[in-house]
Design a protein. Structure first.
Length: 522
């Protein structure tokens, strides 16, 4: 084997070895902004019973005006179900805040350039060694490759009811659930007047059903479905921006997310479904964002963390009910696409991770991939030059110029396809904020402070921190009192109030400290 052949072989082996290297997975509060859809739902299905928890987002133009908040709140809404629920229950806002964080993309931050320069230079040295006349052009080409490696990243950029029901309607249940008065009602599918009676009854009781929903109501009645109507109680607090989600548990062999009533709004709706079951879930109109195994506690795991979700938050763990597979489905559905409900199907679990790259990681990955393209094209053209008997400067030009053009174009295309993100590392701000909260609590606490006193004091301190720009690094939103990632709770332990800081999975896995006076302040 000649020296030229040996150099080419070494360059090829270097490329093969480097191409197998994965970027590291970096769990950090520095994460993409949390996206809040129009609707989000948790679904658990055990083969016979479905648990459905629904959260609906809304906006208020005047967050400081209670009347505006009330007007913007989904104060009355109707949920069709295929069977009467055995339970209607309150869920906490922390549930979906936790789901959104633990299903966020994992961030790849590996920005090592392991291929582009050494392999490209090795190829060019091999070319230079082929002919004395080729050495100067090869050296110039090496300098060009270095310039391309420096400039490649710049080729892309980052980015109380009014009346009782008529005889055609059957009032199955009526109860208070958290902030809501709820009624479960079913219409007689055999009576042609039942759909109109149901629509009239809902409107008479201030459930404000759109006229366009009449056909959907009639279809649900014909299918034998029932309806849970929920209305925000007049005495419910309007200070909280988002009313809590509602949960329903009902028997069904085929899990479903109802859509036909939503279609009556006449606009495209973004929906996230978090499905916990024995297998991977799918639904028409929804993409699988992530499919992962569930684990109950954060621990060392031998494979990529993006293929596991950690159920450390108590409420989420209870609702997931030990389901081994979690699937995140996302759809942006037009009214036409919502003409049918989303019936879930299940298939063998094919784990799917979702990850994003930071700008430096994408730059490095694109450069490394470009070097592979450069090597492949150069080797092919070297062989072609030998077969055609092309030597000297002509051979160098034949090999280097097309290789550089192809590699640069390929690298730029790969960089654009990665859609990298610019990170604002909010993690330090979050933990700095909680440390400030602990410090302020210690300075201003009193020995006989109750849990409610401690919470009131902590709320005042958090308001000041929020005004100073402190945010939850996991969500980019102000700190809140709830059991979700990056937020805090005040709980009573052994008769004393304690501040709990919730970690990346929403569990009590960061810090618990007693809310007591600091002796140094006495």
């Amino acid at each position: 084997m000649t020296r030229n052949h040996l150099l080419t072989l070494v360059a090829f082996l270097l490329a093969a070895a480097g191409a197998c290297a994965d970027g590291k997975i970096f769990r950090s509060p520095a994460a993409p902004p949390v996206e809040i859809p129009d609707q989000a739902a948790l679904i658990h299905h055990d083969g016979a019973v479905q648990t459905l928890v629904i959260e609906t987002a809304y906006e208020s133009a005047d967050a400081d005006n209670p009347a505006a908040i009330k007007a913007a709140t989904p104060y009355a809404w109707v949920v069709p179900l295929p069977a009467p629920p055995t339970e209607v229950f309150e869920a906490s806002p922390a549930l979906f805040n936790t789901l959104r964080v633990i299903f966020q993309p994992h961030i790849e931050t590996d920005d090592d350039l392991i291929l582009f320069l050494p392999i490209s230079i090795a190829i060019l040295l091999a070319v230079a060694a082929a002919s004395r006349r080729a050495r100067i052009p090869a050296i110039v080409a090496i300098m060009l490759v270095i310039v391309v490696a420096a400039l490649l990243p710049a080729l892309g950029k980052a980015r109380a009811m009014a009346s009782g029901p008529p005889s055609t309607l059957d009032l199955l249940d009526q109860r208070v659930v958290g902030d809501y008065d709820t009624v479960t009602i079913r219409a007689d599918a055999a009576d042609p007047d039942a759909p109109a009676d149901l629509l009239a009854w809902l409107n008479d009781n201030d459930y404000a059903i759109e006229p366009d929903a009449e056909s959907a109501i009639a279809a649900y009645v014909a299918d034998g479905w029932c309806f849970v109507a929920a209305r925000l109680r007049d005495d419910a607090s309007t200070a909280r921006r988002t009313p809590h989600p509602l949960g329903f548990r009902f028997p069904t062999a085929r899990p479903v997310y109802p859509l036909r009533l939503t279609a009556a709004h006449g606009r495209t709706v973004d929906i996230d479904l978090y499905v916990f079951a024995q297998r991977r879930a799918a639904a028409t109109g929804f993409d699988v964002v992530r499919c992962a195994e569930t684990v109950e506690r954060d621990r060392d795991i031998p494979f990529s963390a993006r293929l596991r979700v950690i159920l450390a938050q108590d409420e989420l763990r209870d609702l997931a009910a030990a389901a081994p597979i979690a699937t995140h489905l996302r759809g942006s559905l037009t009214p036409a696409a919502m003409a049918r409900d989303a019936t879930l199907t299940f298939q063998p679990a094919e784990l799917t991770g979702n990850a994003v790259r930071t700008v430096p990681a994408a730059q490095a990955a694109a450069a490394n991939l470009a070097s592979v393209a450069l090597l492949a094209v150069a080797v092919i053209l070297m062989v072609l030059a030998r077969l055609l008997g092309v030597e000297g400067v002509r051979a160098v030009a034949l090999i280097l110029l097309p290789s550089a053009v192809v590699a640069t174009g390929f690298g730029a295309a790969m960089y654009h396809s990665m859609d990298p993100i610019e990170l604002e590392d909010g993690g330090d701000v979050t933990w700095a904020g909680t440390r400030l909260l602990m410090s302020e609590l210690a300075e201003r606490a009193d020995a006989d402070m109750t849990v409610s006193d401690a919470r009131a004091l902590a709320e005042s301190i958090i308001a000041d921190l929020t005004a100073d720009g402190v945010r939850n690094g996991y969500t980019g939103r102000p700190l809140q009192f709830e059991a979700s990632p990056g937020n805090v709770s005040i709980v009573e332990i052994d008769g004393a109030p304690h501040l709990v800081v919730h970690g990346s999975s929403g569990g009590v896995d960061v810090e618990i400290c007693t809310v007591t006076p600091d002796p140094s302040t006495d």
